[in-house]
Design a protein. Structure first.
Length: 91
């Protein structure tokens, strides 16, 4: 009886492993297709990269406000820039 139960368990386990491999392959293919369709790369940005992008955006905005002589808005942006620089230094 133990041999029969062991054999059944092995058959069930092997069937599950085979099915999981099929599901993994389907998921991988679907993900690949999605990435290709969206024409993008699958990569997570680090917190530092996100802050640097925000810093670049704010610097452009600061230049724009300075050119328009909107000094109050420029001062607000400058404060935000300083806070982001501090966050980057802490990383």
């Amino acid at each position: 009886m133990d041999k029969l139960a062991s054999k059944v368990a092995d058959l069930v386990l092997n069937a599950l492993i085979k099915k999981q491999k099929e599901w993994d392959e389907q998921f991988y293919n679907a993900t690949e297709d999605l990435i290709k369709d969206a024409n993008m790369t699958a990569r997570m940005l680090s917190q530092e990269e996100i802050l640097i992008e925000e810093l670049n955006r704010l610097n452009k905005l600061l230049s724009h406000y300075e050119e328009e002589e909107a000094y109050e808005k420029a001062a607000i942006i400058q404060n935000k820039i300083q806070r982001i620089k501090k966050k980057i230094k802490k990383l």
